[in-house]
Design a binder for this molecule. Structure first.
Ligand SMILES: [Zn+2]
Ligand SMILES: [Zn+2]
Length: 291
C-alpha cells in the first residue's frame, strides 16, 4: 500500500490561531503541547497542555525533580489541572504523593491502581479519583483511558483530545499492542509509544533469565521491533508525530530505537521529515513539542 495519498505534513499551527475566549482563560492559545519530562526505567512523567492548562501523566521522579523540568519548559505548576497515572510501578509514581498534595490537584487512576496507591500510602493527602469508563473532562482537554498489557494491578494508557481537535496518545509499559490499544492510538496526531528494548541486547545482557522472560512477555515491555511494527499502521491513519519512550538504559540505545522505527516506516514508503517527525525521549525527556 502506498503512502502517497497522505502527501506532505500539514503546516505547524502558528500563533495567529489565538482565540479570544469568552471568560479569558489564562494563556488561551489553542495549541496542543506535548512534553516528555522524564522517560525510562529511572522515572516517567509527561506533560500535555492545551488552552493554557496542563495535565501530567505519571509522576515517576521526585516532586523536586519534576518541578525542575517544569521550570525548564516554562510550565507554571499552577497551570496543572490534574495527574493521570498509568500504573503503580515506582518509575511512574515515585513523586506522586508529594507532588499531588502540594499542587492540590486531582489524581486519576484505574480501580486496581488506586487500590495499590491507597494500600501502600501513596494517596495520603491526595485527591484520588477513579478513571471513569468514558472521558474525564479537563476543560480544554478530554482524557480517556484504555487498558494496556503489563504485570501491574490494572495498567492503562491515555488518549487526550484537545479543544482544537488535536489528539495525543500515550502507551508505555505494555508487552503487546492489543486491538484496544491500537484503536486508542489510531487517528492521533502525536503518539508517544514505548520502545523499551532491543531483543538481542536484552538476551545478551546481564539480567537474570526470569527477568528477561518477564520483560519480553506479553505483560512486559514493547521491544523496538514490536513498537516499529505499529508505526506504519498509525502513520497511514494520519499520525504525523512519533515520540519513542521508556527506553531501557540496560537493554537499548536511542540510536537503535530510532533506526528500527525509521527503517520500518521506510519499508512502507513513509519518509521522515516528509510524512512524519520522530523523536526519541532520553532519561531527561525532550524539549516541548507544539502541534
Ligand atoms: Zn511498569
Ligand atoms: Zn515503567
Amino acid at each position: 500500500m502506498c503512502f502517497i495519498a497522505y502527501g506532505i505534513l500539514p503546516p505547524l499551527r502558528t500563533f495567529d490561531r489565538r482565540h479570544d475566549r469568552v471568560g479569558g482563560v489564562k494563556g488561551s492559545v489553542y495549541l496542543a503541547r506535548f512534553c516528555s519530562l522524564y522517560s525510562g526505567s529511572s522515572g516517567n512523567c509527561v506533560a500535555i497542555g492545551c488552552g493554557g492548562r496542563y495535565i501530567l501523566i505519571d509522576a515517576g521522579r521526585s516532586a523536586k525533580k519534576i518541578r525542575e523540568r517544569l521550570a525548564q519548559e516554562a510550565i507554571d505548576p499552577a497551570d496543572i489541572a490534574g495527574i493521570f497515572i498509568t500504573h503503580e510501578h515506582s518509575d511512574h509514581i515515585a513523586g506522586l504523593r508529594v507532588l499531588a498534595s502540594s499542587l492540590k490537584v486531582p489524581v486519576y487512576a484505574t480501580e486496581g491502581t488506586a487500590e495499590y496507591l491507597t494500600q501502600y500510602g501513596h494517596a495520603q493527602n491526595v485527591d484520588l479519583r477513579l478513571m471513569p469508563p468514558g472521558t474525564v473532562d479537563m476543560g480544554d482537554m478530554g482524557v480517556t483511558g484504555f487498558a494496556t498489557s503489563h504485570d501491574a494491578a490494572q495498567s492503562c494508557g491515555f488518549r487526550v483530545e484537545c479543544a482544537d481537535g488535536r489528539r495525543i496518545s500515550l502507551a508505555t509499559d505494555t508487552g503487546v499492542i492489543t486491538q484496544d490499544i491500537h484503536s486508542a492510538l489510531e487517528g492521533s496526531d502525536l503518539v508517544y509509544l514505548e520502545s523499551n528494548h532491543d531483543v538481542t541486547m536484552l538476551y545478551a545482557g546481564s539480567y537474570p533469565y526470569p527477568l528477561k522472560k518477564r520483560i519480553a512477555s506479553d505483560r512486559g515491555h514493547l521491544s523496538n521491533e514490536a513498537c516499529s511494527a505499529e508505526l506504519p499502521v498509525l502513520a497511514r491513519a494520519g499520525t504525523t508525530r512519533f515520540v519513542l519512550g521508556h527506553l531501557s538504559a540496560e537493554n537499548n540505545m536511542p540510536v537503535l530505537a530510532r533506526q528500527s522505527a525509521v527503517q520500518e516506516l521506510g519499508k512502507n514508503g513513509i519518509r521522515e521529515g516528509t510524512d512524519y517527525l520522530l523523536a526519541v525521549a532520553g532519561i531527561n525527556g525532550l524539549p516541548s513539542m507544539v502541534l
